[in-house]
Ligand binder design. Structure first.
Ligand code: FAD
Length: 591
């Protein structure tokens, strides 16, 4: 095969990682320390990736505050996933958890400490002792800034390991050859507008969540689902995209997150009558039931007229009884967020909160090593040269509902595991597969469409319409009618999206061009989510279907796969077989 005509400059690496959040930088560290030549791209400075905003903690059964073990953690995660999580991956994650946390401690992570010097741990929703008996303190925390401490620790270690950072570079599309193998990405340098090929023996997508397909979101503005967008355009499926987590406590009207750590430290939810209503819905775990459960209970209170404020549209998070000293020591950012976004002093007033979009359980399907997989002849085949980790990947450890603190854990465990898998594959000794002449055509035609379009649609109008459609038609509670109407609207918006144009074609830091590229990713994520949701005729985890209020294990214990081509769906079985222990059989989820 002829080498690519020098249409675009090419730089070669052993591995290219798109994304410098917790997952990308944990994987890059593993690779760089093994002597591989690694490039990490990020739209923003690495330590500004969304991982920096994580507050509550990292789940690991260290047992520093009371008895705990990985098996209880595994049980909670399987039950939390509403039995849609793959039990082999969940067992692996929960067993590895203490190891990756201690490793992080040895990297220099400034965890909070107990008087005896061990890592401080707090309770978080859905994490229990003795198979649901009572809440357990499992979240390893650095005040309410755990993600901040984690990301800075990983960045510093990467600098030491000589990882190459491409800061303010945006990946546009994957390069796949005629065998379907991935040979790298085409990327844009934001500062200069230059486009080039980053060729790699292995590419890892670690682009984080797509929470910005919703209008009320706790996510950073850069969370536009670029990895899943790129995967979809390259012909790869997206898995379980109907499952989106609403976090119970986003600040009403602002969307900014109030960590579940607040309830872990003793905060409670109250309605307009001053009643601690979670006692009625979840008598054992109360305010520390999993997020899907608490969000639905809040929605119910509001719908039944017990919401607070002049519009009765939110409930209150009360932490006054915890005491000003504990709040200042353990939850300093929450105090600040209360002041800035709700105009309340959390030591004296309760904070107005509503369920707000927070996390995507679905993403690019992978095996337990993080390798991307797709269906073939009734089974699954590996897409050579491509991994997906972190929130953009779907292994799947979170199933239909993620437990708090299990995402930071997932980043560390599978960031490391994918890195180890790549090192074991003796990548260093392999040579680069040659790029074909048309290798970059997917990205080039994508860019050419945006550059030459004279259509009358504005990027912001279409993006906002996508967000309000998702919010209205795919919310905490869903119905057939709402979702079918939502699918119709999103398909219409996909048509409008093809006619967007931007006037400013300048090269230097042109945010209009970047937003247009992001819009092409938003729409793929939105289509995948609402089409997958409309097809699932049951209620499971975060997918609460009014017309089918029960979980239907006989027909729906399966993963959804959505393909961009033809907007079509396929399904694959859940792996209910753990690595060494017995299967946790589905039970009703009560708390
Ligand atoms: C407010 C908040 C609080 C949270 N608190 C917790 C918590 O306490 N515990 C917990 O377990 N989980 C928490 N989560 C969830 C968790 O933080 C995220 O799921 C996780 O950090 C995602 O990490 P990531 O590595 O997948 O991606 P991110 O940290 O989101 O990073 C994505 C990276 O990809 C880059 N990128 C994206 N697209 C492109 C592109 N096209 N080209 C180049 N680079 C690109 C970005 O620049 C960025 O570097 C929280 C989430 C939020 C929003």
């Amino acid at each position: 095969m002829a080498a690519i005509k020098q249409k675009l400059p090419v730089r070669r690496f052993d591995a290219v990682i798109v994304g410098a959040g917790g997952s990308g930088m944990r994987a890059s560290l593993q690779l760089a320390e093994a002597g591989l030549n690694v490039a990490v791209l990020s739209k923003v400075f690495p330590t500004r990736s969304h991982t920096v905003a994580a507050q509550g903690g990292i789940g690991a059964s260290l047992g520093n505050m009371s008895e705990d073990n990985w098996y209880w953690h595994m049980f909670d995660t399987v039950k939390g996933s509403d039995y849609l999580g793959d039990q082999d991956a969940i067992e692996f994650m929960c067993r590895e958890a203490p190891k990756v946390v201690y490793e992080l401690e040895h990297f220099g992570m400034p965890f909070d400490r107990n008087p005896d010097g061990t890592i401080y741990q707090r309770p978080i929703g859905g994490h229990t002792a003795n198979f649901g008996e009572k809440p357990v303190a499992r979240a390893c925390a650095a005040a309410d800034r755990t993600g901040h401490a984690l990301l800075h620790t990983l960045y510093q270690r990467n600098v030491q390991a000589r990882t190459h950072f491409f800061v303010e570079w945006m990946a546009i599309d994957l390069i796949r050859d005629q065998d379907g193998d991935v040979l790298g990405v085409v990327a844009l340098e934001m500062e200069t507008g230059e486009v080039l090929i980053l060729q790699a023996k292995t590419t890892i997508l670690a682009t984080g969540g797509a929470g910005r397909i919703w209008s009320a979101s706790t996510n950073a503005f850069i969370n536009t689902g670029d990895g899943p967008g790129m995967a979809a355009r390259a012909g790869l499926p997206l898995q379980d995209m109907e499952f989106w987590q609403f976090h119970p406590t986003g600040v009403s009207g602002a969307g900014v997150l109030i960590s579940e750590g607040v309830r872990g430290e003793g905060g409670i939810l109250i309605n307009a009558n001053g009643e601690r209503f979670m006692e009625r819905y979840a008598p054992t775990l109360k305010d520390l039931a999993p997020r899907d459960f608490v969000s639905r209970s809040m929605d119910q209170e509001i719908k039944e007229g017990r919401g607070c404020g002049p519009n009765k549209d939110h409930v209150l998070l009360d932490l006054r009884h915890i005491g000003a000293d504990t709040i200042k020591k353990r939850l300093p950012s929450i105090l600040e967020i209360g002041h800035k976004f709700a105009n309340v002093d959390a030591t004296r007033d309760a904070i107005p909160v509503v369920p707000t979009i927070h996390y995507q359980m679905g993403g690019i399907p992978t095996n337990i090593h993080g390798q991307v997989i797709m269906p073939k002849n009734g089974g699954q085949e590996i897409v050579n040269g491509l991994y997906a980790i972190g929130e953009c990947g779907c292994i799947s450890v979170h199933g239909a509902n993620r437990l708090g603190t299990n995402s930071l854990l997932d980043l560390l465990v599978f960031g490391k595991a994918s890195g180890e898998h790549i090192v074991r594959s003796k990548l260093k000794e392999k040579s680069h597969k040659p790029l074909s002449e048309d290798g970059a055509d997917l990205a080039l035609s994508h860019l050419a469409r945006l550059e030459t379009s004279t259509g009358s649609e504005r990027v912001q109008d279409v993006a906002n319409a996508i967000r309000s459609t998702m919010q209205q038609h795919c919310g905490v509670f869903r119905t057939d009618e709402l979702m079918q109407e939502g699918v119709r609207k999103i398909v219409e918006l996909d048509e409008r999206r093809k006619y967007v144009s931007f006037k400013d074609k300048s090269k230097v830091f042109n945010t209009a061009r970047m937003e247009a590229i992001e819009l092409d990713n938003l729409i793929e994520n939105a289509k995948a989510s609402i089409v997958s949701a409309a097809a699932r005729k049951e209620s499971r985890g975060a997918h609460a279907h009014r017309d089918f209020p029960e979980r239907d294990d006989a027909n729906w214990t399966k993963h959804t796969l959505w393909f961009a081509e033809g907007n079509r769906l396929d399904y694959k079985p859940v792996n209910t077989q753990p690595l060494t222990v017995e299967t946790f059989m589905p039970k009703a989820r009560t708390f």
